[in-house]
Ligand binder design. Structure first.
Ligand SMILES: [Zn+2]
Ligand SMILES: [Zn+2]
Length: 343
């Protein structure tokens, strides 16, 4: 079967890989679509994230959906059925798993995070517990988008947004555009969307932002310098934390979802301290797939507007370049190994 590998910095190629043999408790899935995530770009551009380095050749891809290859009546899964796959396989018995914080499991096996190969391939074996069936009318793109939407739901769970709060979304990529739709639904009074890219601001306005601007001056002007009650940061910018602090009102809250380029933040301490901010760092997600599915099925979150480009597996390198350069209005690229179920 074919698979796409990151061989080194800015070196992505599609080649041959032996097909997986599912172990006991595993289910074979034919991959229908894989999203290129901002975190994948860190492996592509920097060879890793913090201490997590890739050992080339590495197969990326953790945002994915696929078709079940065999009937599994005991699991309620049928051949050809479209499912979303949660990339996380937490250990289930550590201190953090036992208290329900499965997203913090230090023993997690995470599909597409080194040393675990990802889903940018034709076939993958996953644990039955990772599988979430989706309604029949879902497209592979919608099922794939449940993963980044899940990260946004996790952030909103920790944000404790109150009705009629002012909300700033810093960074209007995939996660930011999910966050702003969730903030809208949670009863925000006014949502400010901030991103240097004009096309992304247009998208943010079309998905429910009230005000959009390329920097924080739109928030300063709109709030008379007060700032926002809640800031949702989803950039790859080392200045993202500082921007979140600057955008927050006194006594406000900032959820930091983005992964900064270079694995470093710089922060003016006095301002964050004097404002008495609550700052939370968001780590992946808990059991949020059922709600993500319901939100998409009900049309409460428009994920189709976020998936802007599609590429076959052989052109994955072009998808990585496009995402890196943010050309052509790209937000989310979907890699499609095959157009339909054909095991
Ligand atoms: Zn991701
Ligand atoms: Zn654990």
């Amino acid at each position: 079967m074919r698979a796409t590998y990151i061989h080194g910095v800015r070196d992505v190629r599609t080649g041959e890989e032996t097909a997986p043999e599912p172990a006991a408790g595993e289910v074979l899935v034919q991959v229908a679509g894989i999203g290129v995530c901002g975190s994948d770009l860190h492996y592509y551009l920097e060879g890793g994230i913090g201490s997590a380095h890739i050992h080339a050749p590495f197969i990326p891809g953790h945002e994915f959906a696929g078709w079940i290859v065999h009937d599994h009546p005991a699991l309620g899964l049928r051949r050809g059925q479209l499912v979303a796959v949660d990339p996380a396989r937490p250990c289930g018995h550590c201190e953090w798993c036992e208290r329900g914080d499965v997203n913090l499991c230090p023993n997690v096996e995470f599909t597409g995070a080194p040393p675990f190969n990802g889903a940018m391939t034709e076939l993958i074996a996953v644990d039955a517990a990772q599988i979430h069936p989706v309604p029949d009318h879902f497209t592979p793109a919608q099922a794939m988008m449940l993963e980044p939407l899940g990260v946004a739901i996790q952030a909103m769970d920790l944000a404790h947004q109150r009705v009629l709060e002012s909300v700033a979304v810093i960074g209007c990529g995939t996660i930011g555009l999910c966050l702003l739709q969730l903030a809208r639904r949670a009863g925000a009074e006014h949502i400010y969307a901030v991103d240097p890219c004009a096309e992304r601001l247009e998208k943010a306005l079309s998905l429910g932002a009230d005000t959009a601007g390329q920097d924080l001056t739109c928030i300063e002007a709109g709030t008379d310098g007060r700032g926002c009650d809640l800031v949702l940061e989803a950039t790859n910018d080392p200045a993202g934390l500082q921007l979140a602090v600057d955008a927050a009102a006194i006594g406000g809250r900032a959820m930091i979802v983005g992964i900064p380029d270079g694995n470093r933040y710089a922060l003016d301490a006095a301002q964050a301290r004097r404002k008495g901010l609550v700052i939370k760092f968001i780590r992946r997600m808990g059991h949020v797939y059922p709600r993500a599915i319901r939100l998409v099925a009900a049309g409460e979150v428009d994920v189709d507007a976020i998936v802007t480009h599609r590429f076959p597996l052989e052109q994955a390198d072009e998808a990585f370049r496009l995402q890196t350069e943010r050309r052509d209005g790209v937000i989310k690229s979907l890699i499609v190994p095959r157009e339909c179920f054909e095991p």
